[in-house]
Design a binder for this molecule. Sequence first.
Ligand code: BMA
Length: 338
Amino acid sequence: MNTKGDAVKKTIIGEPLPQIPWQDKPKDCHDVMWRYDKNPVIERRVLKDGGRIFNSAVIPYKGEFIGVFRADHKNGYPNLHLGRSKDAIHWEIEEKIISFLNEDGSPAKPILYGYDPRLVEIKGTYYITWCNYFNGPTIGIAKTKDFKTFTQLENAFLPFNRNGVLFPRKINGNFVMLNRPSDMGHTPFGDIYLSQSPDMTYWGKHRLVMKTSHYWWKNTKLGPGPIPIETTEGWLLIYHGVCTTCSGFIYSIGAALLDINDPSKVIVDCENYLLTPEEPYETTGFVPNVAFPCATLQDAETGRIAIFYGAADTSCALAFTQVDELIDYIKAHPNRPL
Ligand code: BMA
């Protein structure tokens, strides 16, 4: 029920999250996704040894929130830090880098770098996926039940790969991960693939999900963003789309719906971006013109969705949308062939 007592459509299949951070859409906003008016929520120089915190993942945990944050250190390498928050806006981020155990319980060798983490709960176990050094970038995986002990699993893929994004439940008996094969550098290409695993170790049954298209804002590369949201209309995938300009890449936020039983099938992909760098904290920073979504929080009761995105490789920002409005918008603006 909403505040007027009307029945509310339950489009998100999941839990209520009454403590979701939220602001109503401003009256003069004509967009389907709108920004938190106090962005950025995490500024640079929060950690003593970390210049910038961005492209990070958050999740509800025991009535509050927990997150895995990317912090780029003074030695230039990014790494992963744990953070806690009561409201998902004010964060306490630990100075120390997350350390991992091997599967046999012995301490794992510290990772050289870790960036762009995603965080998901699958049946009471929390999995972190991130871009991990393995003679180049690939997808690292770790699991925890208590956010005190973290066990590092095998890397999912051979290099080079980025943006490993797990689905929040098994599909047809397998864990499923979206990913984006890449190169050693800044990757001037990139389509979204899906890979499956019975055990989080052996990955296969690879499928191509989405390719770049003629739309200028996403004609260079695409990458999966937050954990897909299960809805009655399919998996809601929020992603980043990239174009190349005379002065570099521009990262915008887009969305699509994937088939619920076979998410390698795109039901509809939105031709328009939902958010593109416009505010000073998005257009100016270490890498200008980047909006890079890595996490959402959602309330199945109201359909509210809060999107966490990295801004200009410098800070963390927050935006909002409402699931029914977003899905209607995606359906009303499908990709069209050339
Ligand atoms: C990508 C990743 C992201 C980064 C983006 C823009 O290749 O490395 O971490 O936000 O570039 O620099």
